[in-house]
Design a protein. Structure first.
Length: 303
């Protein structure tokens, strides 16, 4: 990529791959020896424990009993329904089917939000096993001083960890990069080059790449968002910081999910489906065919 003289002055002084903006491959050696499975499990448990807490550090409270799950479902049916589509759609279902469609998908969405925090702390704690690492100014941000071969002082990373590429896209990309670079440039005592990194924890479009899973980003005109920022995908970031492949880490983490993010809506699905039908009957929302009465339901959600 041809750069102007003014652009070259903005380049951080770490070696690059030929004419590319990407930092040199030799700077990043996989962690050797890799962390042990026991060490990984401790990190996984710690990351899961953190994702159960709010920003103040308090444990988040969720509905866990059949009764409270049904109350929550009734609340969703009233407050999250469309006045045209929802009465029609729910009228096609048996009352017992409504709980699964509403509550299970809601719980899944809630867990998706929690797992995003899990990945942030998973990567943070794995990095702490190799370098001097501390939290950035925002949740999901990491600052780390990394060692690099043939580069005496190493580099400082200003990293924002995201669950997936979908988490940061379009206009968000430039905003995240500007924020990371602003933090780097404001550090007056920085004695080593900096690299801004957006770390992606899960494969893009279901494709897990190899150790070359690093890239830079440009806008639609081909202009780089930054001369000193990279995207690190899971195919690179996990082997680099732990010595283990991403699929190894995913496989072990799966075994720990039920201890922290259980699907209570599935556990109590049969009981809750019956309870929900009874509640719908009490609310006089069922017709003679034991289906949602569309007119009554419309009045229920707008009344």
């Amino acid at each position: 990529m041809a750069l102007s003289s003014s652009q070259k002055l903005l380049l951080q002084p770490y070696p690059r791959e030929g004419q590319l903006l990407l930092s040199a491959n030799f700077l990043y050696r996989k962690k050797t020896p890799p962390i042990t499975v026991k060490e990984l499990e401790v990190v996984i448990d710690s990351a899961f424990q953190r994702c159960l807490k709010n920003k103040k550090g308090d444990i988040k409270i969720y509905n866990e009993t059949p009764q409270s799950l049904v109350v929550s479902t009734i609340k969703h049916l009233k407050e999250r329904s469309d006045p045209i589509l929802s009465p029609y759609f729910l009228g096609l279902l048996k009352p017992e089917e409504i709980f699964e469609l509403d509550a299970v998908s809601y719980e899944m969405q809630r867990h998706r939000m929690s797992i995003g925090v899990f990945y942030q702390y998973l990567i943070l704690e794995l990095m702490r096993k190799s370098w001097h690492v501390f939290d950035g100014s925002r949740e999901g941000d990491v600052i780390a001083d990394i060692d690099t071969p043939k580069f005496e002082k190493g580099m400082r990373l200003y990293m924002s960890i995201k669950k997936s590429k979908d988490t940061v896209g379009g206009q968000d990309i430039s905003g995240v990069i500007r924020r990371l670079e602003s933090e780097a440039k404001s550090e007056k005592n920085l004695s080593r080059p900096y690299l801004c990194v957006i770390g992606i924890a899960t494969p893009s479009k279901g494709k897990l790449k190899g150790y070359d899973d690093r890239t830079t980003k440009a806008d639609k005109s081909g202009k780089p968002y930054s001369l000193n920022c990279e995207f690190w995908g899971p195919g690179f970031i996990f082997p680099y910081i732990s010595g283990l492949e991403a699929i190894e880490i995913y496989t072990i983490a799966i075994k720990h999910v039920s201890n922290y993010l259980p699907f209570m809506t599935l556990k109590f699905k049969a009981e809750c489906s019956i309870l929900l039908k009874k509640e719908l009957e009490k609310l006089d929302l069922l017709n003679s065919e034991n289906r949602i009465d569309r007119n009554k339901y419309l009045k229920f959600i707008i009344g």
